[in-house]
Design a protein around this ligand. Structure first.
Ligand SMILES: *Cc1c(COP(=O)(O)O)cnc(C)c1O
Length: 227
């Protein structure tokens, strides 16, 4: 695992340099869903600082087991509004906010614990019916509405392109997310910062970096295939 981790970090650095980006501007979120707390601990000891989880209950167990270890926890899965209460206690950044209803719940519970919850807006960039995320044409309005909630803070956008066998095929979706971000930034909405672009996984993170990713979410390439 440590060799694979070093390899991925190296690839991220090389890819950034090759396209003229600062490697420091790209954060590796190591996706630890289904991976045991022991293996996650090993990853933290090997220098991993950011972990991504998809399920609140699973994350809560690991978080408790690893409370003594320094790490930032990211929520990257689909979040049900009725789990918002737990999510605000666990996660530093929630990547998958795509409705006003969910944002309101996050606002409500983060206010209760005196927190400002950092979030990303998940965009359904391929507009497939089956996918989570807000549609491109509705993104700006959602960002505007959420920006009025004082206890959530929008930091950027996230997307998952359709699954492809060839990473190059994902490129247009990544650039579409970046373009959408740039268009919304031009509107200067108060309390909104869209510096972060969470895009790219094991199969396509290099292309995502070339298209501006600041957060890449990688599991399989580090822990191996999930059982
Ligand atoms: C599981 C998952 C990942 C990691 O995928 P790998 O292909 O294992 O790197 C990234 N993002 C999301 C939203 C996921 O659910």
């Amino acid at each position: 695992m440590i060799t694979r981790l070093q390899h991925i970090k190296h690839r991220i650095k090389k890819t950034a340099e090759a396209c003229g980006r600062d490697p420091e501007a790209i954060r590796l979120v190591v996706v630890s869903k289904t991976i045991s707390a022991d293996r996650v601990k090993e990853a933290i000891e090997a220098g991993v600082t950011d972990l991504g989880e998809n399920y609140v209950q699973e994350a809560r167990n690991k978080f408790n087991a690893l409370a003594a270890y320094p790490a930032s926890w990211h929520f990257i899965g689909h979040l049900q509004s009725n789990k918002a209460k737990y999510a605000v206690r666990l996660f530093d950044l929630i990547h998958s906010v795509d409705t006003m209803k969910l944002a309101r719940e996050l606002h409500k519970y983060s206010e209760k614990i005196n927190k400002i919850q950092d979030i990303l807006i998940q965009v359904n960039i391929s507009e497939e019916n089956s996918k989570s995320g807000v549609y491109v044409e509705d993104t700006r309005d959602l960002v505007k509405q959420i920006s009025l909630l004082k206890h959530v803070s929008i930091k950027g956008l996230m997307t998952m392109p359709p699954f492809f066998d060839a990473p190059e095929k994902a490129r247009s979706y990544f650039s579409a997310l970046r373009n959408l971000r740039d268009r919304i930034v031009d509107e200067n909405i108060p309390n909104v910062c869209l510096d972060e672009l969470s895009m790219g996984m094991t199969g396509d993170y290099e292309v995502a970096i070339e298209e501006g990713a600041t957060l890449v979410r990688i599991g399989t390439a580090i822990f191996g295939k999930r059982s």
